[in-house]
Design a protein around this ligand. Structure first.
Ligand code: ADP
Ligand code: MG
Length: 756
């Protein structure tokens, strides 16, 4: 057996299991070993059914019988139920929306069941039978005979902890456990080499790879499990940072244009803004200007809450670049390359969506109109150029730009006649060639990766300066880890005069009045609508955000169906706001349709825009001052914060109503953080603490595993890993003296590419 062997070489896999494994990206022995338990159960904590009381959350072992599938009487929700028996008593278990359970577990099977004990109301009105509602259930091979006995071992020294692996349909935790034990028994651990050097492990008191693998899958006690997780988290954070440090060094090797315009011209440009720059904007601009002079390419992240004014920073620094002459072929007396006395350097400004790109095009026209230079837009659906020779009219609006062909645009970009090109990803296609690209701004892109950056590099090796802008607040430890190759500037202050947004929680039920912890009143739906109406009467506009586009997909299983854009827009129009103009916006609409809706909303002819979270990034309509978010508990706090940022674009008082579908204390508490937090960073930290790993961050969003995500709360650990990565990157840049680290690094790179 070898780590890189596929599982199929050693185990016979049923087709359902094979499918489940491939769904979660497990193919090799190694993949399975690195599939860590999400948590551990303790058989010592199991209970006898006879002792269960209403309200308990209990772990029981027993046999299951009478498993069957049914449909809810009124709700028509697919259900499954069965009876668990452990010799001391019996209890019914009911599952909503998981009818497949009945087919997965054979009658009479031994199971481990964990869940909340509820009580039915008896027909007579009194208290009825106890039951478990939606418990976790898993087939097991043995039942611990007495409290304290191990599920998987026997004898007095047996451990009571057992691993619980992340749930996936068709793949039981038990199955994974047994396969991992079989792999351990093969002796493979003896052959495993630890990529982390011994002295590093000693410094931070971390177990070796071999020990850590055993401890994470079969800990003797909680300390072992914790030590193993710490090691894997350290290892992951270390390797991410090492990679970033190497990227950073590679990035800085190539030359970049020196951008050093006259301060006076810069001041004049800024003085035309209809507002003074905030101190934070000035500081960030200065950071960038300092980088521009260094001779190697900048790689900087500009992080700032929604509405903090990142565009103005981008515009000011863009002005600096286009005010710099390109280098000529001639050298001066000192042998340095001279600058041309014509033309200008070029700037590329990339946005994630067409709506945003078009919006930046419009605002850049305003910023640069007086300079007389050209600004162009390139997206998948067409190209535009400002200024137009003859102004035209479209949708009844005067247009100072004109549509041009792609070929024409490419020509002008290639010969340097267009200094500023704004666009979507279309901007980094091969066919787009710049003459003197000196500066690239990337908006709302969490991470503009190495591969994408490489596309911006010129043939002669000159690299553009790179500014990544994001409104996604992330905790500092996470930023250190995943943005280790970037310098960071933060816009931590809002423009002067902005009133804090008033955020209120709205609950569906009419009968119950809940209070926030700090006493602020929680509203009901109708009350929120009245407040929105009051704003609309003042001439303001509103967003309503729904979690989904279409009607429920009947094949999907979800207990509570979230509101959909289409249905909700119709309902609001018919029943709630018949006197106002309502329209919709979502990602599946055609581009020109999206643009029409945005234009009409901007112009004010649409009063209420019902949308999915597509409006989350960057959309700017200052007159919209209210946002109502349906199904708010489905979003992370940081994301809710971004959504509400849509309405803090002016000095009008703004309102945000967050509507919870459920009224649980936990939901209300979590949403309350929104009403009190000072900024997005605070909320991101809160998310990290309370939503736990996996859900919000984790692999999908940041390319960081759940184990590392968990550990990232520990700033000391993150800094230690960073220290080690920095040291190694400078002491042994090629990693020639650390072959094990080099090969582990490339293994991780490959795995990540596979995952992406
Ligand atoms: P974001 O950081 O979310 O991209 P924008 O750049 O879109 O924010 O700016 C939001 C709004 O604030 C815009 O209408 C912009 O003109 C305005 N703005 C930017 N800077 C300032 C400032 N210093 N004072 C007042 N308003 C500003
Ligand atoms: Mg923006």
């Amino acid at each position: 057996m070898n780590l890189s062997h596929s599982l199929e070489e050693h185990f016979r896999l049923q087709s359902t299991i094979r499918a489940a494994l491939s769904r979660i990206g497990i193919r090799t022995i190694e993949d399975l070993l690195y599939h860590f338990p999400g948590r551990y159960g303790d058989t010592a904590e199991s209970r006898n059914i006879a002792t269960l009381r209403k309200g308990d959350t209990a772990l029981i072992f027993g046999s299951v019988s009478k498993l069957r599938t049914s449909k809810g009487f009124r709700t028509k929700i697919a259900m499954a139920d069965g009876v668990i028996d452990d010799g001391t008593g019996k209890i019914k278990a009911i599952w909503f929306n998981q009818p497949y359970l009945a087919k997965m577990i054979p009658d009479g099977a031994l199971v481990r069941v964990e869940g909340k004990v509820s009580q039915k109301r008896a027909k007579t009105g009194g208290e009825g039978d106890l039951y478990l509602s939606n418990p976790k259930i898993e087939q097991v091979t043995e039942i611990p005979t007495a409290v304290g006995d191990s599920l998987f071992g026997s004898g007095s020294d047996a451990h009571t902890l057992y691993p619980i692996y992340p749930e996936t349909r068709g793949l039981s935790s038990e199955w994974i456990y047994h396969k991992i034990q079989a792999i351990f028994k093969s002796g493979i651990l003896e052959a495993i080499e630890d990529p982390l050097p011994e002295d590093m492990l000693k410094r931070y008191n971390l177990p070796t790879l071999r020990t850590a693998l055993v401890w994470i899958h079969t800990p003797e006690n909680a300390d072992h499990a914790a030590a193993a997780r710490k090691r894997f988290a350290f290892e992951e954070v270390f390797f991410i940072q090492l990679e970033r440090q190497r990227e950073r060094k590679a990035w800085q090797k190539n030359p970049a244009f020196v951008i050093d315009p006259k301060q006076e011209a810069m001041d004049r440009f800024v003085s035309r803004f209809p507002f003074p720059l905030t101190d934070a904007q000035k500081k960030s601009t200065a950071d960038i200007m300092a980088d521009f002079k260094k001779g190697h390419a900048m790689a900087r992240l500009l992080e700032g809450d929604v509405g903090s004014g990142k565009t103005a920073v981008a515009a000011t620094t863009t002005f600096a670049a286009i005010n710099t002459r390109p280098l000529s072929d001639k050298k001066d007396a000192a042998g340095l390359q001279k600058r041309q006395d014509y033309g200008s350097l070029q700037v590329a400004y990339m946005a994630p969506t067409e709506i945003l790109a078009a919006q930046h095009f419009e605002s850049f026209i305003q910023y640069f109109e007086h300079t007389g230079i050209s600004v162009a837009l390139i997206t998948g659906s067409g190209c535009r150029k400002f200024p137009a020779k003859v102004p035209s009219f479209k949708n009844g609006e005067r247009q100072n730009w004109t549509d041009i062909s792609r070929a024409q645009l490419l020509k002008w970009v290639a010969n340097g006649e267009i200094p500023i090109l704004i666009g979507t990803h279309a901007l980094i296609q091969k066919s787009v060639k710049f003459k003197n690209l000196a500066y690239a701004v990337v908006d709302e892109q969490h991470r503009f990766g190495t591969a994408q950056r490489a596309k911006l590099v010129r043939k002669d090796g000159i690299q553009p300066h790179l500014l990544s802008m994001t409104a996604t607040p992330i905790p500092r430890t996470l930023a250190l880890t995943i943005y280790g190759d970037l310098d960071i500037s933060i816009l931590d202050a809002m423009p002067h005069g902005r009133k804090p947004i008033i955020t209120q929680i709205v609950v569906p039920a009419k009968s119950v009045k809940v209070k926030n912890k700090d006493g602020a009143e929680v509203l009901e739906r109708e009350e929120a609508y009245e407040k929105i109406r009051a704003q609309l009467r003042e001439g303001r506009q509103a967003y309503v955000i729904c979690p989904r586009i279409d009607e429920p997909d009947p094949t999907k299983e979800s207990a509570v169906q979230a509101k959909s854009v289409k249905e909700e827009a119709k309902r609001l129009q018919d029943k709630v706001f018949p006197e106002y103009e309502i329209d919709i916006l979502h990602s599946k609409m055609k581009d020109d349709e999206k643009e029409r809706v945005m234009l009409e909303f901007k112009r004010g002819s649409i009063h209420i825009l019902v949308a999915t979270s597509v409006v989350e990034v960057g959309v700017n309509v200052p007159n919209a001052t209210v946002i109502l978010i349906e199904g708010a508990e489905r979003f992370g706090l940081a994301q809710l914060h971004q959504l509400r940022g849509r309405v803090v674009r002016s000095n009008h008082q703004a309102y945000c109503f967050v509507l919870a579908e459920t009224q649980s204390e936990k939901t209300i508490d979590r949403l309350t953080a929104l009403t009190t937090a000072k900024n997005g960073f605070e909320l991101a930290e809160f998310d990290l603490k309370f939503r736990g790993s996996g859900e919000l961050y984790g692999r999908k969003q940041w390319g960081v595993s759940d184990v590392a995500m968990e550990a990232i709360q520990n700033i000391k650990m993150v800094e230690a890993a960073r220290t080690e990565a920095l040291r190694l990157a400078s002491e042994d840049e090629s990693l020639a003296r650390h072959p094990l680290i080099a090969s582990e690094l490339s293994r991780r790179e490959k795995q990540r590419i596979h995952f992406e």
